[in-house]
Design a protein around this ligand. Structure first.
Ligand SMILES: C[S@@+](CC[C@H](N)C(=O)[O-])C[C@H]1O[C@@H](n2cnc3c(N)ncnc32)[C@H](O)[C@@H]1O
Length: 335
């Protein structure tokens, strides 16, 4: 029996075919008819993914204009942007990137207006953590910090200590970045840590006895009045969201000295290459609006990240081959 459902399915298949062939007229006609642009074909691809994969630039734009979701994922966790990026279709990639940035900007604004961003990582801070040689875990076996990040932390320390002087680090974790910062002999080294067990471990390990170290126990949000101004600042917390990072950035003008360097752990959307690019662009744009330039330094991480690294870890928070280390400074200073 031929039902309206069969007709709808056929129309969706036609939309996928038109997207794959870059037939913009057909796409527009089907969209005008009300065909579902969010449809997934039997391989798990949306029309937008097919247009992106085959470099059908005009079709990508027409589908985006029709409201096709830029962030839908295929069964192998690839978005339309990943498919365009992998195949080297620059124009399609840029259209998808712009849509991604715009939509995340708008989403952020809506969330802030609705006051949904007033969450806090209270649950994590009240929960137990466990320490081992190569990782620090929360009670749900999610990794808070892992030893494979050591080279990244050393690179972050090098960046924020380039002018030595007074250094601030938010989030101690395994102390990897702090150990690296100490090697640069800063005049002062302030560490903000909010988890009681991590704080106790810092004390047990003698961090409180170092001449140039000042430990501030508490959430950075709650201890801002105890902070001064710094030549280098590094930010790497856990259980927080992009909104918290964004909130911290608003305090940079008060915390960072003229000529100072700021950096943060850039784990934004570390499970998907295209989403990561979207967020690298978004954070750079938002920092620029605050008066800071961002340089993203590529560091290969593939070699230090074998599958065995993730054994016993519930969430693989980083799956990309390259880490982009942000180095931010006041635009006035960099001119
Ligand atoms: C990813 S670890 C930091 C790792 C560190 N960069 C290193 O080199 O080992 C995050 C740390 O931030 C702490 N933290 C989480 N939320 C915080 C907050 N709001 N203020 C200060 N510290 C926080 C966590 O308890 C944890 O120790």
């Amino acid at each position: 029996m031929y039902t309206p459902l069969t007709q709808a399915m056929e129309d969706c298949q036609l939309l996928c075919e038109a997207a794959r062939n870059g037939d913009v007229e057909k796409i527009k006609a089907l969209v005008d008819k009300g065909v579902d642009v969010t449809f997934f074909d039997s391989d798990g691809f949306t029309p937008l993914m097919l247009a992106a994969k085959f470099g059908r630039n005009a079709a990508v734009k027409a589908l985006l204009e029709a409201g096709a979701p830029w962030n839908a994922l295929s069964p192998s966790n690839l978005s339309a942007g990943d498919l365009a990026m992998e195949a080297g279709h620059q124009e399609a990639f840029e259209a998808l990137l712009n849509t991604g940035i715009q939509s995340e900007l708008i989403l952020g604004t809506i969330a802030r207006r609705a006051n949904e961003s007033t969450h806090c990582n209270e649950e994590y801070l009240e929960d137990r953590v466990s320490f081992s040689e190569d990782k620090l875990m929360d009670s749900e076996s999610k990794a808070i910090m892992m030893a494979w990040e050591r080279p990244l932390m050393e690179a972050h320390a090098k960046a924020v200590c380039s002018g030595s002087g007074h250094i601030l680090n938010i989030g101690f974790g395994m102390g990897l970045v702090d150990a690296a910062i100490q090697k640069y002999g800063p005049v002062s080294h302030t560490i903000v840590e909010a988890h009681p067990e991590v704080y106790e471990k810092m004390i047990r390990c003698g961090w409180g006895e170092k001449d140039n170290v000042k430990i501030v126990f508490g959430r950075w949000q709650d201890v801002l009045s105890q902070l001064e101004t710094y030549d280098g600042i590094f930010f790497d917390t856990y259980g927080e969201y992009y909104e918290d990072l964004r909130e911290f950035h608003k305090h940079l003008p008060k915390l960072l000295k003229p000529g100072g360097i700021y950096s943060f752990f850039n784990g934004l959307c570390g499970g998907n290459a295209f989403f990561h690019v979207v967020y690298c662009n978004l954070v750079s744009l938002e920092l620029e609006n605050l008066g800071y330039s961002t340089q993203l330094i590529p560091l290969p991480v593939k070699d230090c990240l074998g599958e065995e690294v993730w054994e016993g870890v519930r969430h693989k928070y980083w799956q990309l081959d390259t880490y982009y280390l942000p180095v931010c400074q006041s635009i006035q200073d960099s001119e």
